[in-house]
Ligand binder design. Structure first.
Ligand SMILES: NC(=O)C1=CN([C@@H]2O[C@H](COP(=O)(O)OP(=O)(O)OC[C@H]3O[C@@H](n4cnc5c(N)ncnc54)[C@H](OP(=O)(O)O)[C@@H]3O)[C@@H](O)[C@H]2O)C=CC1
Ligand SMILES: O=C(O)C1=N[C@H](C(=O)O)C[C@H](O)C1
Length: 276
């Protein structure tokens, strides 16, 4: 069940689900102010009924009777993360939460308490998740290696993005664990202006409405050393592919009745690599 239609990420995920010939539940949670009542994908004839927050409680039990083994994918809005998660938890629906923002601590806490299977990650792009994993390991192995270094982060996304990059927030935590000094109001530059994106970052016009460029730059106290990490993505396919991998991963965990219920994308990636 791909929730957040007709949004950008949910549409992309739906395409990948259909390309991989996986079954799709013909319902999607949408925003209260949504004007359309159904969504029509370019690659399928089956319309998807859009359910507003005020409608979903009365419809979900019937949907669960028809699709008892459904897994929800959530690409909605930072303001909806916690309430949507509570909805999945209340009805025992396993979910893959790609939506960023909201109260992340509460999201994790309520998921653990609910005992519902879930994958939660602010970035589903496996190559980026590999970089995150490497930085986590680096922080564990060399906790103070960037002591007194200053971290500066630039992240550029489409103008409609509602929040600060969730990926950047996680990466920053790793660098801070390595001793780097970082202040959100001074050291984070968020670029949302299409003119700057084209002129400064050379983002092609067709990707102004869908890109994610991140640079993390560490500078030594005397400025004689600079170390930078960068991941630049055009479009959204990388996340959609990872999301569908996470759905398959979760499906397998449910079949195996795994005792661990909550996972992140590092778990998905680790299992995929060890199975190959
Ligand atoms: N984990 C990952 O790998 C990635 C995460 N993301 C995250 O996914 C989220 C969505 O991004 P994107 O698709 O680009 O955003 P969009 O704005 O394109 O899509 C979000 C959709 O969700 C709808 N929506 C709003 N409120 C609700 C609600 N309560 N229930 C259901 N649907 C709702 C919006 O409707 P309306 O427009 O009417 O408000 C819109 O159609 C963001 O948090 C983004 O950061 C994005 C890319 C990758
Ligand atoms: O909104 C987006 O587009 C993205 N959101 C995620 C984030 O906030 O980190 C992942 C990626 O940057 C794309």
């Amino acid at each position: 069940m791909v929730n957040g239609l007709p949004g950008n990420m949910s549409s992309e995920v739906l395409n990948v689900v259909l390309q991989r010939e996986l079954p799709v539940v013909p319902y999607s949670l949408t925003a209260e102010n949504q004007k359309e009542f159904s969504y029509h994908s370019k690659v399928s004839n089956q319309p998807i009924t859009l359910l507003r927050p005020s409608q979903r409680a009365s419809e979900i039990e019937k949907i669960l009777q028809d699709y008892p083994r459904l897994i929800a994918v959530d690409y909605t809005h930072p303001d909806a993360v916690n309430s949507n998660a509570l909805f999945y938890q209340k009805y025992g629906i396993p979910f893959v939460m790609g939506t960023t923002g909201g109260d992340r601590e509460q999201l994790i806490q309520s998921t653990v308490q609910s005992n519902v299977y879930a994958v939660i990650a602010p970035n589903m792009g496996k190559q980026i998740v590999a970089l995150q994993t490497m930085l986590n390991k680096m922080a564990q192995s060399f906790p103070g290696v960037f002591q007194n270094y200053r971290l500066q982060v630039t992240e550029s996304h489409q103008q409609t993005k509602a929040d600060t990059s969730g990926t950047a927030k996680e990466m920053i935590q790793s660098f801070v664990k390595m001793g780097a000094h970082f202040e959100y109001d001074k050291d984070l530059r968020m670029i949302r202006n299409p003119v700057e994106q084209q002129q400064e970052l050379s983002i092609p016009p067709e990707y102004i409405n869908g890109h994610a460029f991140h640079t993390y730059r560490l500078t030594s106290p005397d400025k004689s050393v600079q170390i930078a990490f960068q991941h630049n993505v055009l479009g959204r396919n990388i996340y959609a592919q990872g999301t569908v991998d996470a759905v398959v991963f979760l499906w397998n965990k449910i079949q195996q009745k795994a005792s661990q219920k909550l996972y992140n994308m590092m778990d998905v990636l680790t299992e995929q690599i060890s199975n190959n």
